[in-house]
Design a protein around this ligand. Structure first.
Ligand code: IMO
Ligand code: MG
Length: 437
């Protein structure tokens, strides 16, 4: 088992603050690897007074010595990636074939995936809409599973292969979309030319990422695996069907990066001190009221990818404990520790659900979550400002009590606490992260 590598995943419904944790971990890592999802992710990193919103580019890109890898499990969106690359270059970030590597085996998000994502969502009745990010994620993974209609990054580098695939797949999609949604046809020739050009520009960065990472493991170099989304959005273990289309937990790392399961390393589960969710689907602790408003405003809870206001609610210890068990989490990172700002006197933690007269303390992904009732434990909030606190001991007693209760309920230590957006606004408390082999 590797004790060097680090896997950073979200334990809620995404947007837990994984980007900030990865940025912190990346400073001691040779590689940062995305293994799931695609441009549906929105990871914010704040460095030197500048905010960077990353979607496809791994969050290690702001560390000069880190190699960033887009693994085979990612669905890769060329125009989005190039847009991000150009934006970073324009802001003086070094980015090129020395520090960005794209797996040739990653699947490509094509224009018909994005169009299909929108058309399918529009056609669903309100209770059935997933509320996707409209980035074509689900349709691209669907084609990966279908196989005959898929295009991989390696195909962008072969003109004849790409031409044949784009022509045949586009013609089939045009027929389906016209019949089902009366959609205008897409121009296969224009798409072929556009994606061939993307391939030419990206070619120097395309590689056999799995082999490279396995060699890095053998050579004893440290790798950080950067999760996208959150465990409750996992295709297998989340609140299906209101989930994303990939394996986002630590269980998805070996498959999505091409490494042995023994190399996952130390697993850090990231949570917010409350919960947010964007898109539709059940959310037992949601506060569709003044408390939810307060959390949204205070935590700037608006989507990095879509700008949508996020739904907010209390911390759900049942869901988080389940997610922590599933991924074998070693330590928690708690982000967005907020004071009550004179408006919030109590913080609630959901410690169980009630359903059909039964008490439930173990999360089950087949539970009709929209019908459970939450059992809460109340803890006092704190009003002191904590944004400049550097040491755990200097946090208000009520904040420490909240942190320690969460540790007890989840059965894992909270090694890292974030009290603000900046890199320096991070408190390490009994974390093993700086002591890994
Ligand atoms: P990060 O990495 C929060 C949600 C969408 C929708 C569902 C399916 O920033 O934490 P999709 O476009 O993936 O088919 O949408 O999943 N979702 C996220 N929510 N954070 C994310 O990523 C998300 N990625 C997808 O809102 O409910
Ligand atoms: Mg996000």
């Amino acid at each position: 088992m590797s004790t060097r590598n680090v896997t950073v995943i979200g334990l809620q419904w995404g947007d837990e603050g994984k980007g900030k944790v990865v940025d912190a971990v990346a400073r001691s890592c040779r590689y940062v690897v995305r293994y799931c999802g695609g441009a549906n992710a929105g990871h914010s990193v704040n460095v030197g007074g500048q905010k960077y919103a990353l979607h496809l580019i791994p969050s290690g890109i702001l560390n000069a010595n880190t190699r960033n890898v887009i693994g085979n499990g990612v669905v890769f969106d060329p125009p989005e990636a190039l847009h991000e690359i150009d934006d970073l270059l324009g802001r003086g970030v070094k980015i090129g074939p020395e520090n960005l590597f794209i797996s040739g085996a990653a699947h490509v998000v094509m224009p018909w995936h994005k169009l299909g994502d929108k058309l399918i969502e529009q056609s669903l009745t309100s209770g059935k809409k997933i509320g996707t990010t409209a980035r074509g994620i689900g349709p691209c993974y669907a084609d990966k599973a279908t196989r005959s209609t898929a295009i991989r990054v390696c195909d962008l580098l072969d003109e004849a292969v790409l031409k044949e695939k784009v022509q045949s797949i586009c013609a089939a999609r045009n027929a389906t979309f016209a019949a089902l949604y009366a959609a205008e046809p897409m121009d296969a020739q224009a798409i072929f030319a556009e994606y061939l050009a993307y391939g030419r520009r990206l070619a120097p960065m395309v590689c056999d990422a799995g082999t490279m990472l396995r060699a890095a493991c053998k050579a004893g170099e440290r790798i950080c695996f950067e999760g996208g989304q959150g465990s409750m959005l996992d295709i297998d273990h989340g609140t299906f069907p209101f989930v994303t289309s990939s394996s986002v937990t630590a269980c998805g790392v070996p498959g999505g990066a091409g490494i042995s399961p023994k190399e996952i390393g130390y697993v850090v589960g990231v949570v917010k001190c409350y919960t947010s969710r964007v898109g539709t689907g059940p959310f037992p602790t949601e506060q569709d009221n003044e408390t939810g408003q307060f959390l949204r405003t205070r935590g700037h809870e608006f989507g990095t990818t879509t700008g949508r206001p996020r739904r907010c609610g209390w911390f759900d210890a049942v869901a988080v404990r389940y997610a922590a068990e599933l991924s074998g989490v070693d330590e928690l990172g708690m982000m967005l520790l907020l004071d009550g700002e004179g408006q919030l006197e109590t913080l609630r933690i959901c410690t169980g659900y009630k359903y059909g007269g039964r008490s439930i303390t173990e999360f089950d992904p087949t539970l009709p979550l929209e019908r459970v009732e939450c059992v809460y434990e109340d803890l006092p909030a704190w009003q002191e400002k904590i944004a400049d606190v550097k040491r755990y001991e200097d946090l208000p007693a009520a904040a420490r009590r909240y942190v320690e209760r969460v540790e007890q309920l989840i059965g894992r230590p909270i090694g890292l606490l974030s009290v603000g957006l900046r890199r320096e606004q991070t408190i390490l408390h009994n974390s093993k992260l700086d002591k890994l082999g």
